[in-house]
Ligand binder design. Sequence first.
Ligand code: PEP
Ligand code: MN
Length: 337
Amino acid sequence: MIIVMKPKFSEDNLGNVIKTIEGLGLTAHLSRGENTTLIGVVGDKRKLLEKNPELLPDVDRIIQVSETYKLANKKFKTEPTVIDVDGVKIGGDNFVIMAGPCAVESHDQLIATAEAAKAGGAQILRGGAYKPRTSPYSFQGLEVEGLKYMAEAREATGLKIITEVTSEHALEAAVNYVDIIQIGARNMQNFELLKEAGRINKPVMLKRGLAATIDEWLNAAEYIMSEGNEDVILCERGIRTFETSTRNTLDISAVPVLRSKTHLPIIVDPSHASGVRAYISPLSKAAVAVGADGLMIEVHPCPEKALSDGAQSLNAEDFKALTDELRPFIELAGRKF
Ligand code: PEP
Ligand code: MN
């Protein structure tokens, strides 16, 4: 339920509404927009309805939210969420590029990739230390050693760092090293992991599940937010369809659909969506055009030798060429890069 305040409300009356909500054991989420101030109510709203909240002083009206996700819902918060990662803004006017290897493979490989990412204008370095691989015999990641290399790369380049966690154990380790935690497609509905990620105080990027609907995805985001962590970034990384020319099918329409349903920032990952290096550039342009807040791109100093996802990885030169090519499109979309 949402309580919308009158355009000219007094702070005392606003405080009184919040006190009434909290007094009933419910949670009040205040959202002050430019024109509208509203309070999202989470919990068993029947108790509040019995008190006729529309009659409280300075309350304009009550809106019932039919969706099961509340905190992620645009109706709860009309202004777009901008997440500030130590000076790097995700959302709003900014366009952010996260780049790096699929997996952290060695110290030298990561430092070389971090330098390439930085040279191409990326603000955030990605790198998997815990890899969710289809086969148990494939490279599984360097785990804590990989996290240490990530932290070293941040020192060396000033880039912020993001890494995926595949378990609560990995989350416990990674949270000490990185700036943003990534929850991958395969774990989008690992509800225990989502709840645990909701209890940390770092932003979480939640990738769309391989066969998840947008509503399931937003409910997964709600799991994180309802535990107290509202800094959630959504990442569209392609979904399973009947098409086999690409690894997945980039659901480009997810970006405007999400925009209509949520205030959370949206990143597009054309690397995992397509699985094909040659399609990264056109899909990146499409992402910019539909209003994504940024991109996640796989980069490797020598993609032919990559231990995972070489076919979709760009080398340093190709990554630089990509960002040079994208810059005018990003400006045209009214974003800063
Ligand atoms: C990744 O980003 O390294 C990854 C495994 O992606 P996804 O979860 O989208 O498959
Ligand atoms: Mn990958």
